[in-house]
Design a binder for this molecule. Structure first.
Ligand SMILES: [Zn+2]
Length: 300
């Protein structure tokens, strides 16, 4: 009863916003294409790889917004309602998804929880768990996990548009092969790396680390604990020094000053890795290869 009441209030709010003229900013889907809403940048890249020209994708989380912190607005609910398919990552990445789906109330919509079949990575850090839930939500940053997600997306798109079945099958087969090659490229390069410690600003590379035998230390963690930041920072600097860490990675949306300062103290450089949490026009494979180059250089 409580949740129905809540949904009702949300819908009312949505309506009054709509009547105040606050509509969706998303362009109308291209004629003849399947309207697909996705949560954030990485889901757009994976959906593009499978849907190709048959889909018209709208990304809900805008540029410059952390998907972790996103709250859908009226325009987003309208976009969602108009979409034939909604694709989100899951694993706790989009805490807002369930409520948004209910509030939008689209009929016969195909909803894809892309990471549903990914083997979850349990988070050990207590503060990380408080922020993200029990499992690391950044599944798409591991090529094998991305393959699983692409499969779920293929099935979702096929359910929505059986007439495009052949196309989605072919695109998936091709993409899955590329992901296997990518995984091999990562494995071959990183297996030769003398260092195995990846130091990142935002602990988003847990799946990559798990699958490729790396460990991830995060700058964010140093600030996420209840201990005084200075002490944790000193620990991290000592860690970097004793492990000969040459590069500390930041992500596009993180304050680069923090990583720079830390890098200086640790005698390392600061460099950027893409977590694909923000939308951009690069493909999934290109972004992952660019990340690999940087990780490879950092671990040599
Ligand atoms: Zn993240």
């Amino acid at each position: 009863m409580k949740s129905i009441a809540k949904t009702g209030i949300l819908l009312l709010a949505a309506l009054s916003f709509a009547m105040a003229g606050c509509g969706s900013k998303a362009p109308p889907p291209e004629e003849g294409k399947i309207p697909v809403a996705v949560s954030f940048g990485a889901m757009e890249k994976l959906t593009e790889a499978i849907g190709g020209d048959a889909v018209s994708i709208t990304v809900l989380v805008p540029d410059g917004t952390e998907p972790h912190d996103f709250e859908p607005r009226t325009g987003d609910l309208i976009t969602l309602k108009k979409s034939r398919v909604f694709i989100y990552n899951g694993m706790g990445m989009e805490h807002w998804a369930d409520k948004a789906i209910r509030s939008a109330g689209a009929e016969n919509q195909i909803v894809v929880n892309a990471s549903e079949k990914v083997t979850p990575l349990l988070l050990e850090d207590e503060e990380e768990r408080e922020e993200h839930g029990d499992y690391d939500p950044h599944t798409w940053l591991g090529p094998q996990e991305a393959r699983e997600e692409a499969l779920a997306i293929r099935d979702g798109l096929t359910a929505a548009s059986p007439e495009n079945r052949e196309l989605f099958m072919e695109n998936y087969e091709k993409f899955a092969r590329s992901l296997d090659e990518l995984q091999e490229e990562y494995r071959k390069k990183l297996e030769k790396a003398p260092r195995k410690e990846l130091v990142t600003g935002h602990a988003a590379f847990g799946y990559l680390a798990r699958d490729l035998g790396l460990t991830q230390e995060s700058v964010e963690d140093a600030f996420a604990t209840g201990e005084p930041p200075a002490r944790k920072l000193i620990e991290l600097i000592q860690f970097c020094r004793s492990h000969g860490v040459k590069v500390i990675f930041t992500e596009e949306m993180m304050d680069p000053a923090l990583a720079r300062t830390l890098a200086q103290e640790a005698g390392a450089e600061a460099e950027t890795l893409s977590t694909m949490e923000e939308p951009d026009s690069d493909s999934y494979l290109d972004t992952m290869r660019e990340n690999l180059e940087k990780i490879d250089r950092a671990l040599r």
